[in-house]
Design a protein. Structure first.
Length: 264
């Protein structure tokens, strides 16, 4: 497989992953959305179906890594780092494109949400504004959760360990699935099983940090949040941003080591 196939496949696949995954977060969060307040169950299943769709579309081109932690784990497992930079580049670019498409899709809802005094503050603001103010004081704006993850309780060690643990579960599931014919990613059955694992991680381990378990999934949309001309968007919480990048990479490396010891 060529470098161009890898780059195109990862860009398209990760863009679809973030479009559908970030889209369900927007649908649940924003005013004037028919799915508003649908809850965590909708988010967990939405992300699982996003993974499923992205894997099926990008698999024939790139093997559908869609996640730098997967790429690192496969590189460690196979002792082959040749295409790692190409995978990383496609994943980050795709994540940014997907996040921008979420903004386009929900443009009117973003405008309504971020100009509502009950949400962003102003005369007559109630409890929801107090929560928004508290979040912004910590560096997270009122719609950052649509783009990137953030902890419910800020504890660096716990937050980092949560991301590591969740990623270990994900990567072990990926590595133990049958690889496709190209030997570099998930096949059809593997994509389905991995999507269900993502749902399980979201429901079981996602509560503390929002389960990034994918550095590109968090970093790319966070960059887009920082760049977009959103009114009253608040901060992008860069003080936390390293955790959903480093944690999953550590988790991927640990999972690859466990796989090589226990399964290889």
């Amino acid at each position: 497989m060529s470098s161009s196939d890898i780059f195109i496949g990862e860009t398209i696949g990760t863009a679809i992953l973030i479009l559908l995954g970030g889209g369900v977060c927007a649908a649940v969060t924003l005013k004037a959305s028919k799915a508003r307040n649908a809850g965590w169950l909708a988010i967990a299943f939405g992300w699982g179906f996003a993974v499923l769709t992205a894997v099926y579309i990008s698999g024939p081109l790139s093997g559908a890594h869609l996640n730098p932690a997967v790429t690192v784990a496969l590189a460690i497992k196979d002792s082959d780092w040749t295409n790692v930079p190409v995978y990383f580049a496609g994943q980050l670019l795709g994540a940014m494109i997907g996040a921008a498409l979420v903004w386009v899709t929900y443009y009117g809802q973003f405008q309504a949400h971020l100009t509502d005094k009950e949400i962003v503050g102003g005369p007559g603001a109630q409890a929801t504004t107090a929560k928004a103010v508290e979040a912004q004081e910590k560096g997270a704006g009122p719609v950052l959760g649509i783009f990137s993850t953030g902890p419910e309780i800020r504890n660096t060690v716990q937050n980092l360990l949560t991301e590591i643990i969740g990623t270990v579960v994900l990567i072990l599931a990926v590595l133990t699935q049958g690889l496709n014919d190209k030997g570099n990613g998930l096949g059809i059955l593997g994509g389905l099983i991995t999507a269900l694992v993502v749902v399980s991680i979201g429901l079981s381990l996602g509560g503390p940090t929002g389960y990034a378990i994918n550095p590109a999934r968090d970093l790319g949309p966070r960059i887009v949040h920082a760049l977009l001309p959103l009114p009253n968007k608040g901060g992008s919480d860069w003080g936390y941003a390293w955790i959903p990048v480093i944690g999953p990479l550590i988790g991927g490396a640990i999972a690859a080591g466990l796989y090589n010891v226990a399964f290889a």
